[in-house]
Design a protein around this ligand. Structure first.
Ligand code: ZN
Ligand code: ZN
Length: 118
């Protein structure tokens, strides 16, 4: 059965400690589970699903696809005027709380913050 754990460093898609004996897959009530996989995670903790071999394969495939999509998805960064990864709305701390937001890639955000802290 699915269960929840408190706040942890696990990310969705992580596999954690082996299941206890006799547990069954959350998706196939007749099949013994072989792994616990971390699902939805928020500040309160994570949902953990118990899955059989077949479901483990299926889910880890989805997770990999999802992570690959996110890693590749490049967007336009207004700071270096080109495509960047993990582009988000970011306000230059130099401009204070009234500054505008720029679409800023991960690298540029790091540079801006580093420069600001220098
Ligand atoms: Zn299953
Ligand atoms: Zn950039």
């Amino acid at each position: 059965m699915a269960y929840t754990i408190g706040p942890s460093s696990y990310k969705p898609g992580d596999f954690i400690h082996p299941p206890r004996e006799g547990d069954v897959c959350d998706f196939h009530s007749q099949v013994e589970s072989v792994a616990d996989i971390v699902g939805e995670t928020d500040s309160m903790g994570s949902e953990v699903m118990q899955v059989c071999e077949e479901c483990r394969e299926r889910i880890s495939h989805h997770v990999k696809e999802y992570q690959a999509d996110n890693a590749i998805a490049a967007k336009y960064c207004e700071i270096h005027k080109g495509m960047g990864t993990d582009v988000r709305q970011f306000r230059d701390p130099e401009e204070g709380s009234h500054g505008r937001f720029y679409d800023t890639c991960k690298d540029c955000r790091k540079k801006i913050v580093d420069a600001f802290l220098d």
